[in-house]
Write a protein that binds this ligand. Structure first.
Ligand code: SF4
Length: 369
């Protein structure tokens, strides 16, 4: 190990990663990862940058990582992703394991668009104005207390990989769905299942009663929360049209967090895993414009030089919160583990965990079918 660690008066480590060059950070990370290999596993979400992914023992999207995490038996899980993912990992691991997020500021703008108080207020209103049974479904991109809300009210979590399955299940359990926080994933998935746009309404927490009259709630089959992903919302139908005009051979594939218009104009849409698999299976020489996070697109382009792969957008469609996890912070986390003083440990309270796990397990059960 390159020993640039100093000690403070109370003998806790004073981290001096700032004094290291980028190269020194990577060199020490390699050595430390090797040294801690029996204690630490590093997980990397697909939207992480290449330098982080190169240290990941496991990579995946939200569903993939959630399915893998419960099989890990090492005491420390360093999660290179965003806050809600680390919370989910904490709930799926045992009490003697610790989940660490290298940068606590790595959140998700979509997850921040729904909080428990607003959801409770919405639920109170909806259940007052209709006697029909409402099943709550939350996209995994939300805080643990919202997952707990869903578990408490007999609903399920979903990811972009299994949203349609979970929605189908939800509609077998009740007459209506409340889907949050991403209106686009909800709308796109429901539409593909044959639910008409007229049967969906949007609840906007900034408006009185969400902007919905009791009559509108009564008539709707699906109530979508007004939330969105700032990365995927940036893609436009004009971009799809331009790609098609310039090169009609190019196939457009997008994530279902994109708007309805973009998804409808595209050739394919699906989760991160679906996008990766589709590109992997595509014949050599084919052309693709992809509407998702830029780090993943760049990695796919590098991995498939025999295919022409571009971003659908000419602008940087970067998940700035994922971007916060840098090798320096990963090194910081690893050094603290090495010194027996792990930092940024994500812990969900037992009370929240109890209900949230119900919803997570419901999703994992539905995904198996
Ligand atoms: S890409 Fe969008 S939904 Fe995913 S973590 Fe970033 S802001 Fe959240």
């Amino acid at each position: 190990m390159i020993n640039l660690m100093k000690s403070s008066p109370d003998h806790s480590p004073v981290i001096t990663e700032d004094e290291l060059s980028d190269e020194e950070v990577l060199t020490e990370l390699k050595l430390l990862k090797e040294k801690l290999q029996h204690e630490v596993i590093i997980l990397g979400h697909h939207y992480q940058q290449d330098d982080i992914i190169s240290f990941a023992d496991m990579t995946g999207d939200s569903l993939g990582l959630a399915q893998k995490v419960s099989q890990i038996n090492k005491p420390y899980i360093v999660f290179c992703g965003v806050h809600f993912m680390a919370e989910t990992a904490d709930m799926l691991t045992s009490a003697n394991q610790q989940v660490i997020l290298p940068d606590l500021n790595a959140g998700c703008s979509m997850a921040d668009m729904a909080n428990r108080a607003d959801i409770e207020r919405c639920w109170h209103y909806l259940t007052e104005v209709t006697k029909q049974k409402i099943v709550p479904i939350t996209y995994v991109n939300c805080a643990a207390d919202l997952k707990a809300f869903v578990g408490k009210h007999g609903g399920s979590i979903c990811t972009s990989s299994n949203a349609k399955k979970v929605i189908t299940w939800g509609l077998s359990q009740g007459e209506k769905l409340l889907f949050f926080p991403d209106q686009h994933l909800g709308r796109n998935s429901c539409y593909e299942l044959g639910i008409s746009l007229d049967d969906m309404v949007v609840y906007d927490p900034k408006k009185l009663f969400g902007g919905l009259t009791p009559k509108e709630v009564e008539k709707a089959k699906v109530i979508l929360w007004y939330g969105y992903c700032s990365v995927h919302k940036g893609f436009t139908k004009e971009q799809v049209d331009l790609v098609k005009k310039n090169n009609p051979e190019t196939k457009v594939i997008v994530h279902p967090e994109c708007t309805f218009e973009v998804v409808q104009a595209s050739d394919f849409n699906g989760s991160t895993s679906y996008i990766i698999n589709t590109i992997e299976k595509a014949p050599s020489g084919t052309s693709w414009a992809i509407g998702t996070e830029i780090n993943l697109i760049n990695r796919l382009a590098k991995a498939h030089p025999d295919k022409h792969i571009i971003s659908l957008s000419p602008f940087q469609c970067l998940c700035t919160t994922m971007y916060r996890v840098r090798p320096r912070w990963l090194l910081h986390s690893m050094r603290c583990i090495e010194n027996g003083k792990p930092i940024n440990v994500i812990q969900v309270t037992d009370e929240i965990k109890k209900d949230a796990l119900k919803a997570i397990n419901t999703m994992l059960e539905i995904s198996k079918e």
